[in-house]
Design a protein around this ligand. Sequence first.
Ligand code: BG6
Ligand code: MG
Length: 216
Amino acid sequence: SKKAFIFDLDGVIVDTAKYHFLAWQKLAQELGIEFTPEHNEELKGVSRVRSLDIILALGNVQASQEDKNKWLIKKNEEYLSYLVDMDESELLPGVINVLQFIKEKKQLIALGSASKNARPILEKTGILHFFDAIVDGNDVANAKPDPEVFLRAAKLVKANNKNCIVFEDSVAGIQAANVANMISVGIGDAEILHEAKYNFKDFTFMDLSFIEALLD
Ligand code: BG6
Ligand code: MG
């Protein structure tokens, strides 16, 4: 039967983690909160709302819901300003090859992302057409490590969980894939992503025979 390859977006397909960081850092600065790249690791794969709570906790800042909503909008506007000129050059190395290979092999491709900005990013980078299903931050109630986003993607492409392979750069995402009984593949630092079944530094380190071996 067909395999479904479920891709996370930020940090797996596109190098947007740096823009999320810059936008959060700007907000943190305005609020007088110190926010470093190390702190940012904790925000990977985490929803927008939860990210703000983590940053406010760093600075021991209490805030009304009204203020939080205002800051969330501000951060997203700043983030979106970095995406205006986005094109295929921002795709992470090796991604296109893997997408093409999976298509050639007539297998399924889905997106499983926490981002509410996923669709425009897939459009701008010219890869929207690869996806048989898209599940993003607009579709789910429970953020990773809850498996909801991946379970929904599997359902949309009508694949059994055990026939799903998840590519993730966040600890929360690897945990979500494991909870869903899917094959978890860490893209990034193997030490940080040690709970993944397989690890690759990036897609250029993944030989296409790895994909081939997962098919039957
Ligand atoms: C995740 C990112 O993919 O999406 C997080 O790793 C981000 O950094 C989250 O906060 C939500 O994204 P967005 O685009 O809806 O703010
Ligand atoms: Mg990610």
